[in-house]
Design a protein around this ligand. Structure first.
Ligand SMILES: Cc1cc2nc3c(=O)[nH]c(=O)nc-3n(C[C@H](O)[C@H](O)[C@H](O)COP(=O)(O)OP(=O)(O)OC[C@H]3O[C@@H](n4cnc5c(N)ncnc54)[C@H](O)[C@@H]3O)c2cc1C
Length: 426
């Protein structure tokens, strides 16, 4: 492939967010679209997710991650999207110069008309949760263990304790059990599950793997290799309950303690970052605070279903193409603020006239679980604009509220919008 000096759209990252952005940018008329990926093949995290659970929303079919990725890779290739693999973006400028170092092309400066950030997320590590003990081998993040088992064909241990009830941890509990390992326990510091209920049922319950809520790792024992893990119960302030300590013999500790958006490139170019979720602020087109720079997927906030990452990628790709082709849109933005029991909402802004084109999907997570019927409400300073009934809300499961176009007038005259969870009957 001969690299061009200028591309309409450059997408950084080839996971589901990046692939969908590239496909949609092409379909919306962008002539040249380049996807840059540091790995040797496209697909992102999907390549190591050989379990089922992908595509249920979009294809109404339950498929493994690599198959889901392959469908989009083939479509992108057939549309003429170019791929630059084994290539790492080091920096970009607000003028959209992309500096990339590549195994195949050396060091390059590529000019883009629009850029989509689709760099995904990385896992929180032991250093970030500050677990005391020596530094023996046998402590892995769950995603690293998944890569070792599913791609490299290497078992990281025999007896496991998993810290965190996130989806990756639960999926690995099942995977390791299927490979013949013993998963002694999954521990969760919160009083509730942090991953999807679906994964709790299919990965832990079905395999008799015990989950212990309100528990954490107090200490890692073992100097050269993990020998045991001391666990402890915590109270409502996350303080250890004296006398509740227990030692579990294990040779490996897996950490599944959360994902953090991969935003170093975004931060260095000066994109405004939402401090609650550490992803860039975006509007309803997934455009960041720098015109012409868009974001899609886990780099914005952590999604639970890949299908929603893909949908967000379609939106970002459409926006990027429109920007590259110099279509004009309204610039006045209305902020969307988190109200009662809303941890965060994405997008954090919408353009005043956004509903003219299509309904707008708001994606949010709640702070606390409520196991009864609730309203998810959208209000402005004065009025209730729209609400939707949910049977329950849980922090591990994203809540979606689609603002219908019929609310255009009410939204247009708002200065600020608020989303909140309210009691049913209230
Ligand atoms: C372990 C695990 C299990 C999951 N299981 C399920 C499931 O069963 N069902 C489901 O629906 N969802 C599941 N998900 C969620 C889903 O896979 C993710 O939400 C989705 O992959 C995120 O897509 P993305 O495009 O944002 O990022 P990613 O897939 O992470 O892709 C980001 C890409 O960007 C590249 N990149 C980053 N920085 C640079 C750079 N500077 N230069 C070049 N390239 C760069 C990376 O190499 C990577 O390939 C799972 C996620 C994980 C982590």
């Amino acid at each position: 492939m001969q690299l061009k000096d200028i591309y309409d759209v450059v997408v950084i990252g080839s996971g589901p967010g990046g692939l969908a952005s590239a496909i949609q940018a092409k379909k919306e008329g962008a002539e040249s679209v380049l996807v840059i990926e540091r790995d040797k093949e496209p697909g992102g995290i999907l390549n190591q997710c050989i379990h089922n659970g992908f595509g249920v929303e979009i294809f109404k079919e339950d498929m493994p991650g690599p198959k889901y990725a392959e469908m989009f890779i083939k479509e992108a290739e057939s549309l003429g999207v170019e791929f630059m693999l084994d290539s790492m973006v080091l920096e970009i400028t607000p003028q959209k110069k992309v500096y990339v170092t590549s195994k195949w092309y050396g060091f390059n400066e590529i000019q883009a008309r629009a850029v989509v950030f689709a760099m995904g997320a990385r896992e929180r590590t032991r250093a970030q949760i500050r677990t005391p003990g020596f530094r023996p081998s046998g402590v892995y993040t769950a995603g690293t263990a998944q890569r070792l088992v599913n791609i490299e064909g290497f078992m990281p241990g025999n007896r496991f304790v998993i810290l965190g009830s996130g989806d990756i941890g639960m999926i690995m509990a099942r995977r390791l059990t299927l490979e013949g390992a013993k998963v002694e326990r999954v521990l969760e510091i919160m009083p509730f599950l942090t991953g999807l209920t679906r994964n709790y049922v299919q990965c832990l319950q079905d395999f008799n793997i015990p989950l212990q809520l309100k528990h954490t790792v107090k200490r890692i024992l073992g100097k050269n290799r993990v020998e045991a893990v001391e666990i402890v119960e915590v109270d409502e302030n996350f303080k250890p309950v004296k006398g509740s300590e227990e030692i579990i013999t294990a040779d490996t500790l897996l950490l599944s303690v959360g994902l953090v958006p991969e935003i170093e490139l975004a931060r260095s170019v000066g994109v405004a970052i939402d401090p609650t979720i550490l992803g860039p602020y975006v509007d309803e087109e997934m455009q960041t605070s720098i015109p012409g720079i868009f974001a899609a997927g886990n780099v914005v906030h952590i999604f639970d279903l890949v299908d929603w990452v893909t949908e967000a990628g379609f939106i970002a790709g459409k926006g990027a193409s429109r920007y590259a082709l110099k279509e004009k849109t309204e610039k006045v933005l209305i902020p969307i603020k988190s109200g009662n029991n809303i941890h965060h909402v994405v997008p954090q802004f919408i353009k005043k006239d956004a509903l003219e084109k299509a309904p707008i999907k708001l994606m949010m997570r709640v702070s606390k679980p409520i196991e009864e019927k609730v309203w998810i409400e959208l209000r402005n300073e004065n009025n209730l604009i729209f609400r939707k009934l949910e049977r329950y809300v849980r922090p591990g499961e994203m809540v979606v509220l689609t603002i219908p176009q019929k609310t255009y007038d009410e939204v247009f005259k708002s200065n600020t919008l608020y989303v909140s969870v309210e009691k049913f009957g209230g």
